[in-house]
Design a binder for this molecule. Structure first.
Ligand code: TXA
Ligand code: MG
Length: 395
């Protein structure tokens, strides 16, 4: 006792820092635990419910109501949306958000989108609904648009990855909207894939990644769009697109006067961090090495065929992502049509499924045609560039 009285004040300060450091380390270890408690999380029984039409039978309605109860009780339910399948948990329950990160193996600084089923439900989770948000909602909700707004105290930091802003989206898929309503109104849902894999466009891929890790999977058939929602940040002026999607910049500009685009969306070496934390991770990556080839159709076909032949001679299994218009001219082990150049929506819809199929078939070298970055092409190229780790050949 007597001795400690004589210790200098600075000793106590350093002691406080040591304790603080230890506490932070413990917290960090907990975070690591949610991410890597993979094997223990894999032992659950996952129920699969099929709901593939709009007019629900009484049984299907009841099944959805029960899935909503699972959410309310802190469980996880994967469900179809019009963009990609989501992995849902109660957005206002910090434990549910932690479980989502664990099930996906996702870094916990990567915030989740809160899904709502009615516009008025936005008010309790944000501190302010600017005029721009109302206008955008009127034009694009329900639909594939996510808005970033300042979060209210109701939203736990576990859901926003520690940020003071929150991402909100009202999906248009009827099953999604019913589930959200039954689940209490606020469903945090990232794409229902293991972190680093392409987002699932069919329930089969959700099952592949999530069976044994979550409570329920709702199989609603193939999604309509196939790429994740457009994200617009309304906390900055002018508003800024953080992730391109089906709702293009041109469409947004018809409602708001000026819209900026995060410069990192299409460039690999801007040296800047993307504003949406999730965009910095190497997403959507197939296991094979993917190269995008840009040029005239003639030159692209010639280049891809020549390189695929060389790779094959070196023992690689080769794959090509091509468009309908030139598909018959390719030569490789696996050739897949991503859609038609005259129908960009078909390309968006098939891209992730094709990347997954190349994994299923153990293709080791993949070549893809490139696309314009105008309009919806910006979203397509953004995903393709990430899948390729920005490996592009321009002829
Ligand atoms: O279409 C979609 O948006 C799908 C379906 C399921 O709704 N969801 C989806 O979620 O794509 P996820 O978690 O895979 O992607 C969410 C993206 C991430 O890049 C994340 O960093 C960003 O949104 N994000 C979320 N909250 C944010 C915030 N407060 N500020 C900036 N970016 C945010
Ligand atoms: Mg995702």
């Amino acid at each position: 006792m007597g001795r400690s009285k004589n210790l200098p004040l600075s000793f106590y300060f350093s002691l406080r820092y040591v304790i603080l450091f230890i506490r932070m380390r413990i917290l960090q270890m907990r975070v690591e635990n949610w991410q890597f408690s993979d094997e223990s999380a894999k032992k659950m029984k996952t129920e699969v419910i099929r709901i593939q039409q709009e007019n629900l039978t009484q049984e299907e309605e009841e099944a959805l109501r029960q899935a909503g109860e699972v959410l309310k009780n802190g469980g996880l339910v994967a469900f179809p949306t019009e963009t990609v399948y989501g992995l849902g948990g109660d957005a206002l329950n910090r434990e549910s958000s932690r479980k989502i990160y664990a099930a996906k193996g996702r870094p916990s600084d990567n915030p989740l989108i809160i899904h709502i089923s009615r516009f008025e439900d936005i008010y309790p989770i944000v501190t302010e609904v600017p005029e721009a948000a109302k206008k955008l909602a009127q034009s694009f909700w329900p639909g594939p648009l996510t808005m970033i707004l300042p979060k209210s105290e109701r939203v736990p930091y576990e859901t926003t990855g520690g940020l003071d802003t929150v991402a909100v989206r009202m999906p248009s898929h009827p099953v999604a909207r019913k589930l959200i309503a039954y689940g209490g109104g606020y469903v945090a849902a990232p794409s229902a894939n293991t972190s680093g894999k392409p987002s699932p466009t069919v329930a089969r891929y959700v099952q592949e990644d999530m069976a044994g890790r979550i409570d329920v999977i709702i199989d609603g058939g193939e999604v309509g769009i196939g790429l994740e929602s457009t994200i617009i940040d309304l906390t900055v002026n002018p508003p800024q697109i953080l992730r391109p999607g089906y709702i293009t910049r041109e469409m947004l500009q018809q409602v708001l006067d000026k819209v900026d685009t995060d410069v990192t969306i299409l460039s690999g070496e801007s040296g800047q961090a993307p504003k949406a934390p999730g965009m910095k991770y190497r997403h959507y990556a197939p296991q094979g090495e993917l190269t995008i080839v840009m040029g005239t159709p003639e030159a692209v076909v010639e280049y891809i065929n020549r390189h695929a032949a060389e790779d094959k001679a070196n023992g690689e299994k080769t794959g090509i992502i091509g468009t309908e218009e030139v598909l018959g001219r390719y030569r490789a082990d696996v050739i897949k049509s991503v859609g038609s150049r005259n129908d960009e929506e078909s390309i968006g819809r098939h891209l992730y499924t094709i990347l997954r199929e190349f994994d299923d078939e153990n293709v080791t070298k993949i070549y893809s045609e490139g696309f314009t970055t105008e309009g919806y092409g910006q979203a397509i190229m953004n995903r393709l560039l990430k899948a390729a780790g920005h490996k592009v050949v321009t002829l």
